[in-house]
Design a protein around this ligand. Sequence first.
Ligand SMILES: NC(=O)c1ccc[n+]([C@@H]2O[C@H](COP(=O)([O-])OP(=O)(O)OC[C@H]3O[C@@H](n4cnc5c(N)ncnc54)[C@H](O)[C@@H]3O)[C@@H](O)[C@H]2O)c1
Length: 664
Amino acid sequence: MDIRRVTVIGAGIMGHGIAEVIALSGIPVILEDAFPEALKKAENGIGTSLEKMKKSGRISPEKASEVLGRITFSSDLKESVKDADLIIEAVPEIPDLKISLMKQISDNCRKDAIIASNTSNIRITTLAKDVINPDRFLGMHFFNPPVVMKLVEVIKSEKTSQETFDNLFEFTKSIGKTPIRVLKDSPGFVVNRINAPESLLFCLIMDKKMAKPEEIDAFGKLQGLPMGPYELIDYVGIDTVVHSLKYYSETIDPEYGKCKFFDSFVEAKNLGSKTGKGIYVWENGHAKIPDAKPSSVIDLMDVLVVEINEAAKIIEEGIAEPSEIETGVKLGMNRPFGPISVAEGLTNAEIKKKLEKLSEKFDTRIFYPAKSIQQGKLRELLAGRHKATEPQAGTAEKKEPVQKDGASPVSLSMDQDKKVAYLTISNTRNNLISYDVLKGLEKNLTELWNSKEINVIVVRGSGENFSAGAQLTQFFSGPMDFAENARLGERTFRMLSEIPKITIAEMKGYVLGGGFELSIWCDMRISTPDAKIGFPEVTLGLIPGWGGSQRLSKLLGMSRATFLILTGERFDGKFASEIGLVSKLYAADRIDDETRSFAEDLATKVAPISAAIAKRLINKGSDVPADNGLEMETMAMGLLYGTEDLKEGISAFLQKRKPDYKGR
Ligand SMILES: NC(=O)c1ccc[n+]([C@@H]2O[C@H](COP(=O)([O-])OP(=O)(O)OC[C@H]3O[C@@H](n4cnc5c(N)ncnc54)[C@H](O)[C@@H]3O)[C@@H](O)[C@H]2O)c1
């Protein structure tokens, strides 16, 4: 079913944002609320948000008024739902209120309309209790603020049909969000469920008087968190945390109810930022946190293993797959890494040991290792080879190939007629090189290695930048892990100089650090004159560690390479061209087209075997004494003698026609 008309019920913090997201995607929305003053507030909120987008140039003034024009504000529930294709409920997190509202909606909407709840925690199956045709009822959990946060959890209840689930999943993508599949209904779904034991941990630390909130928050800030855990709890609302823990104690494990520290704040109505007082006093949207020394009562690894443990339980219970959990935590908690990639850098034994200690220290089984960790099977679980990770019937054949991060940040497109492949990095605005980017490049280059259809590979970045470098916020468990990541980068980038295809880097915007290294492993570089190029590593306490310290001197000679690496100085594409690093320069508005036509021309003009052998001789020949290099060259000539392409090249030359090389 095409979703063309949407109704959002409840115009509060979430509802008004959801309505704005949908209207921004071009779909008309009715925003319904039982209270007219809530509608007025919602209209103002949407107006302010659109105004901000207009000011920052993200949308045009015409689009802003079109978007507002697509939203109808209403207090009449029956009227609002009667024609809708999709109805999204976003009223307060009170089970009875939601259950009775769902009944009203389903009594008054079309029998084929999809009904979704934006509940944060409540099992969807519970909310579907009185709905007619519960097969078209499911969860659609946006994150706050919906206009900014990319993540939406799409949740299947016990009764949701596969068709409804797939339909809403595709719709969520179409409105510009990144959905993850929650295959089985469970309290808290994925992101809030991963958060659940953490809330308990921070509550127990206070209950047991192990530290002061400001000491733990000082520790959190030291780890690079934008807000310490207690500051965040205050910001979200202590009542929200207390309600969630209570719900988890009733539905997941009674031990979620064993901590009382937060309750006293709720009783005193000191709920945090929204009441001006909670764990801290709040003024002008900021918590006044007393100065304190960072506490050492827990370390970062304690928090991370608690998350890994919960992620393992989620996989074991068949709620979501590892890649979806990783995406969910990264996007839902605004973090550079999720529990799955952290777990991949640790051993089962160390995770198990830490969890056992935590469980004992805090006297709760919530932190006790999940079954797969107890059995030493975490690796299999994460790789999807554990029984519990098998998707529910009917989902497997529909799923796209499993990628580490939901969608790979490196896309491969091929123009087989022209024999050119394009590898495009597209993640953040700066196209930072993360573990996922390296794995994406490795996978695609492996796929292209023996392809007869492709002779030339162009490596580029989407948007304005090639790549501003490595993702420095990635998690590493220690020196060996960090070194192995360096090895992965070097091994992957080196493929570009070894693959039997011509590789071209299309450089524009930022080409820095790891991004610069990526470009210099290519056979050729084409750049815009104003590209910003350089190795800032030494100014950050690093070195160009993905082969840059070795490769640059091969290309430029030791003197120039030493200067550029040791000063970290930035230079532009024009200078790069003057020193011979870049072979062609084109303005930003032409570089895509010019690189494309250059690549297409090379891909048919050059005999592929000759190109593959020539680049190998150049790269390997420079590592060996001249005599050996010349010997390699002679042998290569002998090898070429037998190729059809040599015969074709000479015949075409004599017949004054274009050669038709077959790579044989
Ligand atoms: N606030 C968050 O950070 C967040 C994030 C994700 C999900 N959620 C979930 O979204 C839902 C809504 O949360 P919120 O923060 O937007 O709440 P809110 O209190 O800001 O808004 C709820 C709105 O529902 C309206 N309402 C109440 N009863 C109604 C009825 N019978 N019919 C129509 N409207 C009614 C209220 O007038 C209010 O405008 C909850 O289930 C919550 O758990 C909240």
